[in-house]
Write a protein that binds this ligand. Structure first.
Ligand SMILES: Nc1ncnc2c1ncn2[C@@H]1O[C@H](COP(=O)(O)OP(=O)(O)OP(=O)(O)O)[C@@H](O)[C@H]1O
Length: 605
């Protein structure tokens, strides 16, 4: 690697950033990290757990009441006591039911809150990622992680903490009461508990693997749907009539999701069945041993009834606790995917102690800049040139020469692997991203518009722009008349990608956006699409207006741009092949002269 004074991309932090970007981290998710999600909800959780405990303790009373009815009230013919006890049997479940409703509501609130927080952190971290992440990832996959994956852990998030505590309390209190009632029966009923634990490990492993796989396939499915039903994908499908091929491709993933979900469910049912048969086994043992003792006269019938009622409170919660463990293990694969996005480091970020870029004069310089998308291939090699304030530098070169990569560096869409880009002598890597991007407007070839009104799309450039400012910018961009003629004027909604607007109108809206931002530095990728001569002249006029008085770096496709450019940089395979003004370069009769004859002269014709 060439030495360039320490800005090499493959060393230090940026190398790690690339490795962590979009790739599965093998780091296992710790349970404590999942519990950490609840940190902000400690007080609500304490209240919920207190309520759940109260409901659990109330639940311990009815079997004792039943024992009293059978062993005392009925044999003694005490009708008053009988009525009192029946009253208790009705009231206690009512009370614990009411507590349960409130607790459940609070529980859901905490769970939903945790999920909202998760989505918020993921969203914020995705916003921090640099462009390279988005060019590598599929948008459907991103959406799936942010929504589908978070949804997939809902069950764990909403029930895990509360269930773990309350069920554990129920189990402990029940075991204590069982031993108080009769230690022999208590030993008999707890002796089968280890049998419950055996299947858990195996089931957890299988379900974790299946859940991870299901979410991966769902991610693929979302990515596929995003591509197929995006405007460009839908267009391509129709033009090439590939509807049935896509249906087949979709069916493959669709079927996979179904098969995986079926397997997941089946494993769950087998587990449920094993737990289900262990419960009655315990009850049978108690009736056998207890019945034996009642016959011998060493135990009362009420004691057996109360005992078996408690068994439900023992085996049920033990099953729930174990199931919880399986649920958590199942969700671990999904948590892994979620945390992977949360931990992702952007490879373009503010350096520690980054300063604000002062209002720029517009002196731009590329100093020995190289860039590699990956280790194998450099897209740019040792690029050096500069632009004085107000100058226009045109970048030309064959397709794939590195033009887009080069202009992207000025807005730090990518940081140089080697070398530096400076504005007014300051390395842009050392200034804050926001202060840098505040002073640069970027007009891309494909002018993207959000599904929102024309006004809102324009305000994306500057939220506080007044209606008058919007209109003035649009007049300068020669688009005001066209907007005014739309059904709702500036309030007209434009479709995703602005498909209700013509190519020329979209470009001029993008130019108006840049005018509204009014930056010192302009980065421009001129559209190659051939517009009719009227649109073309409007767009040209709008561009002339936009470039006036600004330092402009432009991928030039228009003859007028290269003719007026202060400097033309001719790129070839990532290197500067030639540079100079139009006349000099023509005289040189090299790559530029060839490009000029094949591309620009034709445009002029
Ligand atoms: N995200 C990426 N990952 C890996 N390689 C990339 C990526 N983007 C571009 N490249 C490669 O880098 C090189 C330069 O690409 P770039 O888009 O900058 O060229 P360009 O001159 O703008 O091309 P065009 O005029 O066709 O748009 C090409 O070889 C391209 O294949």
């Amino acid at each position: 690697m060439r030495d360039n004074g320490g800005s090499g991309r493959w060393d230090g932090g940026s190398k790690q950033a690339l490795q962590s970007r979009g790739k599965a981290s093998l780091k296992e998710v710790s349970i404590s990290r999942i519990y950490g999600l609840f940190r902000g909800y400690i007080w609500q959780l304490t209240a919920i757990i207190a309520l759940a405990l109260a409901a659990a303790l109330i639940g311990l009373i009815p079997p004792l009441v039943m024992k009293e009815i059978i062993d005392s009230a009925i044999p003694q013919g005490d009708k008053r006591m009988l009525t009192l006890m029946i009253g208790l049997l009705v009231l206690l479940p009512l009370l614990s039911g009411l507590l349960g409703v409130w607790q459940n509501h609070q529980n859901t609130k905490v769970g939903q809150g945790v999920m909202r927080d998760l989505r918020r952190t993921l969203f914020a971290n995705l916003q921090k990622q640099s462009m390279s992440f988005f060019t590598d990832a599929k948008s459907g996959e991103i959406i799936q992680r942010l929504t589908g994956d978070v949804q997939a852990v809902q069950n764990v998030v909403t029930t895990v903490v509360v269930s773990a505590v309350t069920q554990a309390v129920i189990v402990i209190t029940t075991v204590v009461i069982l031993f108080v009632l009769d230690w022999r029966l208590a030993i008999l009923s707890t002796i089968i508990l280890p049998l419950f634990i055996l299947p858990v490990r195996k089931v957890s492993q299988i379900r974790k693997r299946l859940r991870g796989e299901t979410q991966r396939v769902r991610g693929d499915m979302s990515a596929q749907l995003g591509e197929i039903f995006g405007v460009s994908g839908a267009l391509l499908t129709r033009i090439f009539q590939q509807e049935s091929k896509q249906e087949k491709d979709f069916d493959v993933l669709n079927q996979k999701v179904m098969d995986l979900e079926l397997r997941l469910n089946l494993v769950g049912r087998w587990f449920g069945m094993v737990l289900g048969i262990l419960g009655p086994l315990g009850t049978a043992l108690i009736y056998w041993y207890g019945g034996w003792n009642v016959v011998e006269g060493t135990m009362t019938i009420g004691a057996i009834v109360a005992f078996t009622a408690y068994l439900g409170r023992l085996y049920g919660p033990v099953g729930t606790l174990l199931n919880l463990q399986v649920e958590v293990a199942t969700a671990l694969g999904v948590f892994q995917r979620i945390f992977e996005y949360e931990d992702m480091q952007p490879d373009v970020a503010n350096v520690p102690g980054a300063q604000k870029l002062p209002p720029a004069r517009g002196n731009v310089a590329f100093q020995h800049v190289s860039y590699a998308y990956n280790k194998e291939k450099y897209a740019l090699h040792n690029i050096s040139f500069s632009a004085l304030p107000g100058e226009v530098v045109a970048i030309v070169g064959p397709s794939g020469a590195g033009k887009s990569t080069l202009i992207g560096m000025l807005a730090r869409l990518y940081d140089p692997t080697e070398g530096a880009v400076t504005i007014d002598g300051q390395n842009i890597k050392d200034v804050t991203l926001s202060s840098l991007r505040d002073q640069i407007a970027f007009v891309t070839q494909e002018s993207f518009l959000f599904h929102a009104s024309v006004r809102d799309n324009l305000r994306f450039a500057r939220m506080d722009a007044t209606d008058e400012e919007l209109e003035s910018a649009c007049r300068q961009a020669y688009i005001h008349e066209a907007i005014a003629a739309m059904p709702q004027g500036y309030g007209t909604m434009v479709g995703e990608r602005g498909h209700r607007l013509s190519g020329g109108e979209r470009q001029r809206l993008a130019i108006a956006r840049a005018i509204l931002k009014n930056p010192r530095i302009l980065v421009l990728d001129e559209a190659t699409s051939h517009l009719d001569s009227e649109s073309e002249s409007y767009v040209q006029a709008a561009l002339d207006e936009l470039m006036r008085g600004r330092t402009t770096l432009v991928i030039a496709h228009r003859l007028s741009t290269i003719l007026t450019a202060d400097r033309i940089i001719v790129l070839e395979a990532g290197r500067v092949a030639e540079s100079g003004r139009h006349a000099e370069l023509l005289q040189h009769d090299g790559l530029y002269a060839r490009l000029y004859r094949t591309q620009f002269e034709k445009v002029m014709a």
